[in-house]
Design a protein around this ligand. Sequence first.
Ligand SMILES: [Fe+2]
Length: 159
Amino acid sequence: MTELNQIYKCKKCGNIVEVVHAGGGNMICCDQPMELLAEKIQDEGYEKHVPVVEKTEKGVNPVPQETPYANSPTNAKLPKDVILETVGKNLWYGVKVKIGAVPHPMLEDHYIEWVEILADGKTYRKFLKPGDAPEAEFCVEAENITAREHCNLHGLWKV
Ligand SMILES: [Fe+2]
C-alpha cells in the first residue's frame, strides 16, 4: 500500500518517484516492483547524510499570492524574487538545510540529488548537481518541518 510522500526507486532503470496521491496499488517500473526507499535517520561512518536544518532570519521567495501586495499596483514593479522583509508582515522565514554535519561530497559519481522539506502540507524541493553546495534554502510559513535528501549512492535521509 502506498502512502503519501513515500519515495520509490526502480532497481533496474533508476527512476525515482514520490507519491503525491496514495491510490492503493503497487508501484511497478520496468516490469518489476519498485523499491520503497527507507528514510534513514542516523549517520554511520565518515560521510554524513542526515540533513542539518537551521532557521534563518529571512528568505527569498516570490510574492505570496495571498498577500495584499500580490494585487497591488506596485506589484508589477517588484522583481520576481523579493526579500521578504520588504513585503511587510513576515510570517515567513528562511530554512537552510545542509547535508550534513560534515558537507557531503558533490562529485560526478556521488552527490546529493535533491533536498526537500515538507512543511505543514506543502512540499518544497531543490534539485542539485555535482559541484553545487550540498545545501538548499527555502522560505516557508510553517510550524512543523521535515527535511529529506537523496544521495545517489546512499539513498534517502531525513530529519
Ligand atoms: Fe552519500
